[in-house]
Design a protein around this ligand. Structure first.
Ligand SMILES: C[S@@+](CC[C@H](N)C(=O)[O-])C[C@H]1O[C@@H](n2cnc3c(N)ncnc32)[C@H](O)[C@@H]1O
Length: 222
């Protein structure tokens, strides 16, 4: 696992092999929570679904197995080539019609108003220009489209953080780096800076694993 700043401005960059191992072993319960929210919030008509900062494509793969997303076009965007390759290898091996592409969350390689649902999990805290990334998600949404962001919160309950770190330690991961994460109040300020507070709702769960993080729901004007 590579810890420290990388040439692309990230702290705690994990390579695809390490991230895949972590994702498969630890993130299942969060994946289910996130996939449930994707399913509940999705626009009624099938369309294009984009996962920004898609890692090795585990979430997209699991999404593809949900019948409600059977007719959707699934795209994952990643800054790092090894993640793109690992995700596409996963989709090919599983016979899933999803695609990983190289792309930066802060300058999405997508046309304006071309996406029906854009999501991003555990990625916003990595980005040097978070406001640009929020505006980009809004820019690519079609009228009536939905954006969804989940991330861990810096002020998560101590007991939850200890449990999360214990799960990480089991697969050889160092404790989560809290200082780079956001509080919900900081996230709300970023949404205001991005000019999106009129079409976003932010909340954080009070119990269970949902209390580890916050959620932003973005609704493009119809
Ligand atoms: C903690 S991982 C989360 C991966 C996946 N979304 C998940 O929830 O399992 C953060 C991901 O964001 C990617 N990432 C970091 N900066 C990025 C950027 N500027 N554009 C696109 N992806 C980025 C990293 O390579 C990494 O795969």
């Amino acid at each position: 696992m590579a810890q420290g700043w990388t040439e692309k401005g990230l702290r705690n960059r994990q390579d695809a092999t390490d991230y895949d191992r972590f994702s498969e072993a630890v993130l299942g319960p969060w994946d289910e929570l996130f996939l449930d929210r994707c399913a509940a919030l999705r626009p009624s008509e099938a369309g294009t679904f984009v996962d920004v900062g898609a890692g090795t494509g585990v979430v997209l793969y699991r999404l593809s197995q949900r019948p409600v997303f059977a007719d959707w076009t699934l795209i994952g965007l990643e800054l790092f080539d090894d993640m793109v390759e690992a995700g596409n290898a996963r989709f090919a091996a599983q016979g899933v019609a999803a695609e990983m592409r190289q792309g930066d969350a802060q300058a999405l390689p997508l046309e304006d108003a071309s996406v029906d649902m854009v999501v991003s999990r555990a990625t916003i805290h990595h980005l040097p220009d978070k406001v640009a990334a929020l505006r980009e998600m809004d820019r690519v949404l079609r009228p009536g489209g939905i954006g969804l962001i989940h991330d861990a919160r810096r002020d998560m309950p101590a007991e939850l953080m200890q449990r999360f770190n214990a799960m990480r330690a089991k697969v050889g991961y160092l404790p989560t780096t809290l200082d780079e994460k956001l509080t919900p109040a900081e996230m709300q300020t970023l949404l205001e800076e991005a000019g999106l507070s009129d079409r976003t709702v932010l909340h954080s769960g009070n119990e269970g694993i949902a209390a580890l993080g916050f959620e932003v729901v973005m609704r493009a004007a119809s």
